[in-house]
Design a protein around this ligand. Structure first.
Ligand code: NAD
Ligand code: DAU
Length: 364
């Protein structure tokens, strides 16, 4: 039975990936999830699979060499899928250091421990071992407002935020391990994800949550920054396909072919909420464009991201499957069905985060 070590599996994409993998492979695989349970990690995301015999959870920080090498010593790990990271750009602008710690040093620890466990005495690596580093399109920087400009795997790195600089550094470390040791790895650079279990610091869940409560909807700058949105389950599938069918040592870009301005996203969410709320629901009266509030722009705000997912399509046969209208409906339906999840994650520290981040921007 193949054993996966998933880092950051209690977060948004990691928990969706674990669900996807159990749905696809059932009892054919074993997953060990290692997560430090920061503010973004939530074991509630994994409630329905936590009692499976082929799943286990280890609470540990990826920067903790001893804890990570113990996992490798006690288990014959075949695949590492490395999600764990500090992931929010706005937080990186306020507090960059933890991004360097987790995203750079944590990745170095993961690489070192996997290398030590997988290396043969002659410097080659044991058959079938693979490490997948989950990264972002933000490493490529910002595109102009030109619909013919895209990020390719060959686009030079040009990160701007402390978050994207730390992810770019971690990508470079993975590349260095592949070039120096022929360490068996892949890198994937994906565009913006949305879907169930996303923490409401990110645009889509924040707007859904605020709109349902009749709170202001903060739009940074002119609202015309463009992101390329991908339904999270499509990302999970792409990661699995890259590990199964991709060429080792290669980078694959993953994107939704779904570029939208932030203001368009907000308008679609408002319309979809109106469509989905039942007649007579009192929230229908206040969910409208009057909630939209333009606030101070994000510092160094990248203008446009757009992935050309040509390589992953031609080499591996992966394509985005979920149309945005369908994906946003599924996402909103999930939030309707999981009101307690939202209440739990927005109680306590979230209130303070929201005040610190948005009061100063002018969206009290
Ligand atoms: P997230 O913030 O929702 O989850 C991160 C998880 O990592 C949490 O469970 C957290 O507890 C854990 N974690 C953080 N620091 C840790 C540490 N030091 N040790 C162990 N665990 C730690 O993030 P996400 O949105 O699910 O993103 C997952 C990965 O995908 C990240 O590497 C991110 O850069 C990448 N990515 C995200 C997106 C996106 O749109 N969200 C797009 C492309 C790539
Ligand atoms: O592109 C992939 C990246 O997408 C991932 O690597 C990151 O982990 C992930 O957080 C995401 O980064 P963004 O900065 O693009 O996502 P965010 O949801 O924070 O913002 C999306 C856009 O919406 C961005 O242009 C900023 C804007 N925005 C965001 C928030 C939270 C607003 O206008 N208002 C808001 O309140």
């Amino acid at each position: 039975m193949r054993t996966y070590l998933v880092t950051g599996g209690a977060g948004f994409i990691g928990s969706n990936y674990i669900h996807y993998m159990f749905k696809k492979y059932g009892d054919e695989i074993r997953i060990i999830n290692v997560d430090a349970l920061t503010y973004a990690g939530n074991l509630e995301n994994l409630k329905d699979i936590e009692n499976r015999a082929n799943y286990s959870f280890v609470k540990a920080n990826i920067c903790d060499k001893e804890a990570i090498s113990k996992i490798f010593a006690e288990n014959d790990i075949d695949r590492v899928v490395h999600f764990a990271a500090e992931s929010h750009v706005d937080r990186s602008i306020k507090n960059p250091e933890v991004f360097v710690q987790t995203n750079v040093l944590g990745t170095a620890v993961m690489l070192n421990c996997a290398k030590a466990a997988w290396e043969n005495p002659d410097g080659s690596f044991k058959e079938g071992k693979k490490f997948l580093h989950v990264s972002t399109d933000e490493v490529y920087g910002s595109l102009p407002d030109d619909e013919n400009a895209f990020f390719y795997e060959t686009t030079p790195y040009d990160p701007h935020s402390p978050y994207s600089a730390s992810k770019a550094s971690s990508d470079m470390l993975v590349k260095a391990y592949m070039d120096t040791y022929r360490f068996p790895a892949n890198i994937t650079n994906c565009s913006n994800n949305y879907g169930p279990y996303q923490f409401p610091e990110k645009l889509i869940p924040l707007i859904i949550n605020n709109a349902l409560q009749g709170k202001k909807l903060p739009v940074y700058g002119d609202g015309k920054n463009v992101r390329d949105w991908l339904y999270v389950e499509d990302h999970a599938k792409a990661i699995d396909m890259v590990q199964e069918k991709g060429r080792l040592f290669e980078t694959y870009n993953i994107g939704g072919h779904n570029e939208k301005q932030n203001i368009e996203i907000i308008n679609i969410i408002l319309e979809t909420l109106q469509e989905m709320l039942p007649e007579g629901d009192p929230r229908k009266a206040y969910i409208n464009k009057d909630l939209i509030t333009y606030v101070e722009d994000r510092k160094g705000h990248d203008r446009r991201y757009a992935i050309a997912p040509d390589k992953i399509k031609s080499e591996i046969g992966w394509e985005p499957e979920t149309y945005f209208k369908e994906g946003i409906k599924k996402t909103i339906a999930w939030f309707f069905e999981h009101e307690d999840w939202m209440k739990n994650v927005t109680s306590g520290d979230y209130q303070k985060y929201y005040e610190d981040m948005y009061d100063t921007k002018g969206a009290k």
